[in-house]
Design a protein around this ligand. Sequence first.
Ligand code: C2E
Ligand code: CA
Ligand code: CA
Length: 509
Amino acid sequence: MARSGVTLFWRRLVSVLGWVRRPEFLVFLPAITLAGFWTGGERVLLLLSIGLPLLFALTGSELRRPAEGGEDGSMTERAIRMMDQALAVVGETGRNTACLIVQFDDLERLLAHHGRAAQAEVIARSADRIRGVLRVGDHVVHLHGGTIALALTPVRRLDLESMVQLGARLQAAVAEPVSLGGAHVYITCSVGFCIGGRAPQFSGRALLDAAQAAADEALRCGPCGLRAWSPDLSRQREAQIALRDGLEAAIERGEIIPFFQPQISTDTGELSGFEALARWNHPERGIVPPSEFLPAVEDCDLSDRLGEAMLQQSLAALAEWDRAGLRVPSVSVNFSASELRNPHLPERIRWELDRMELKPQRLTIEILETVIAAAENDVVASNIAQLAAMGCGVDLDDFGTGHASILTIRRFVVRRLKIDRSFVTRVDQDREQQRMVSAILSLAERLGLDTLAEGVETAGEHAILSQLGCGHVQGFGLARPMPMEEASQWISRHNARTERIPRIGLRGI
Ligand code: C2E
Ligand code: CA
Ligand code: CA
């Protein structure tokens, strides 16, 4: 009880001194000293001149605020030094220390909504709150990109339970709203930690690395993730790093390639476009489907790189078809949620189109309905609006599975609904399926949107979809996704076929 009273006193003192060190206060220091002398005489003057420096000296390390945005390397070195010092005490006294890493969840969203200055302010204020939760002597260091490292002063009782409690207290402190320009901003954090001596080696660097590995895992499982380091985690991390390196190299080496699946107009029977679908042309495993590598691409933050590679190769294929005199009206490229959150996306796409001398109308952006339905993010909306204004088509992928509201469809300037395969399967035999597809088609018609049914596997499904008035079809029944050269041959064969079929009466075959 008495100990917690002392701790409370220190914390108050520290917070008062934190204020006292501000430039606003320092400007008034001479006036305050003078006022003290007038009201209290020499004794107050003496108290101020000895007391203040003494307090600074006693709590100096507590108040030493790390340089915001300091050079990453030097801040990491500083954190390592602090952990080394703490570990030295552990060796001598039998006390224990720990390193905690705090990482903010979804800093990107904060940046997109409020801008960089606000993001920095929220991080700084959260760091202040974190300091408020810690004991005197604990150290706080700002690392890269908003990451905060905490080096705990060695204490007698430090176990997993007390660390979990501390982690939870840190998260609660950060979760309190931050008031910014009259608005409340909410942010959460994930925390990883490693208790001194449990790291793979007895060194500051090993302790910091272990806490960072735990924090990365916490962030991955977040928001508000909390993880202790364990040897398993290290193995997982190594595997993750190997996978990331492998994937990154695969993208660089051009092993991720688009396969193209045709989309056909039910009106004319002509090719209306190709969807580009990612494949990993693995040197040992052969063609690997996206289900086996896309989750890892997301986890390793490589979505932008993969997206860039897919866009470049898809547009290059389109330019190549143009040169060969093969008419391909457009190519559809899938964009993930994280790519759509990148504010530079429209600029990048425009640049790629210009480079290939292609009109924006030749590119269709495929966005999952789930992404649009969940996007309260203004950047996503603004990106899609810019791309639509440029002339790119916007297709709502897997439509019927994501609960996008009509208002959202309007807001995101969607041009075409891609009816999900789950509604298309056996649509020719199942009345319930037909009712669902009819409902989607009439909604699209009322909203003035085009339609495409995906996953069309049989001639029966194709025929009924044409009769019901679906604009385009795509699926194994027409062709499977194929490499570019094969797609070129397919176009020639398809063109030869459609030229033989009379144009009138195709709808409703
Ligand atoms: P999706 O965009 O819905 O693509 C359609 C998927 O259905 C493709 O699988 C395609 O091969 C498959 N498919 C097409 N016709 C039929 C059919 O008649 N029957 C059946 N059973 N399946 C059919 P794939 O290529 O394995 O792609 C799976 C998912 O991976 C895609 O679903 C898309 O969400 C994602 N994806 C693929 N390429 C990319 C990419 O470049 N970027 C991003 N962000 N996602 C991609
Ligand atoms: Ca798609
Ligand atoms: Ca789809």
